[in-house]
Ligand binder design. Structure first.
Ligand SMILES: [Zn+2]
Ligand SMILES: [Zn+2]
Length: 221
């Protein structure tokens, strides 16, 4: 080990304090290896569902009670990205006097729909297609009117965000909505056999997904 490293004991490294107090004890919150933590035992993991909570975000949560919308959470089960705010759990402060051994959730996820942004136009009715909860719906394919009242969907088009075990990349979705065949996509999994396979996708005239398999590689001439 080089001398200059050995000469710096780790406990002399600067401890980084956040510019916002602990919600439980009002004391300092420091940046630990894996968590933001306070000496009272309050703690938040720095990485939540693949998102690294930045110091600025943590300070915002401590100061305002919740973060801005964070767009790169990833569900461990489906691998799908989703958007949410991180919010201080209401119990975080109340827990101060509760049993120390009781499991505590210090943060809660507040799910938010991603900002409505058209991904393309509906192959059936030409309305905008928007991402809702991981799937691509025609804007007219909704059971909820502007005031939240129930309505009959005017169009039934939806492109599921996951096809045979694979999340569709947005580029493929755009190709499909533009009436184009996607490039070859890897990592589908057959529902019946469980076998992995590669395929390109295209939409049928009825708006359903169709697999296009690669032609057998031609022998060298
Ligand atoms: Zn504390
Ligand atoms: Zn439509």
């Amino acid at each position: 080990m080089p001398d200059d490293v050995a000469e710096t004991p780790t406990d002399e490294l600067a401890v980084v304090h956040l510019k916002a107090p602990c919600p439980k004890c009002g004391g300092a919150v420091v940046v630990g290896d894996r968590a933001y933590e306070s000496e009272c035992g309050w703690r938040v993991w720095r990485n939540i569902l693949t998102h690294d909570i930045s110091q600025a975000e943590m300070e915002e949560i401590l100061r305002d009670g919740e973060s801005r919308v964070i767009d790169d959470f990833e569900s461990p089960k489906s691998g799908k990205e989703f958007s949410a705010r991180l919010k201080l759990a209401a119990s975080a402060a109340a827990d101060a006097e509760a049993d120390e051994d009781a499991p505590k959730r210090t943060l809660e996820l507040v799910f938010v729909d991603r900002p409505v942004q058209s991904v393309g136009s509906c192959p059936k009715c030409k309305s905008n297609v928007v991402l809702r909860a991981g799937n691509y719906f025609c804007e007219q394919n909704t059971r909820k009117g502007a005031d939240g009242e129930a309505v009959t969907p005017k169009c039934d088009f939806v492109l599921w965000g996951e096809v045979s075990g694979k999340s569709l990349p947005e580029g493929a979705v755009k190709d499909l909505l533009a009436g184009k065949q996607t490039k070859m996509l890897k990592g589908f999994k057959s529902r019946s056999s469980g076998k992995a396979f590669d395929a390109a996708l295209k939409l049928t005239p009825a708006g359903k997904i169709d697999f296009v398999f690669q032609e057998k590689t031609k022998k060298k001439a």
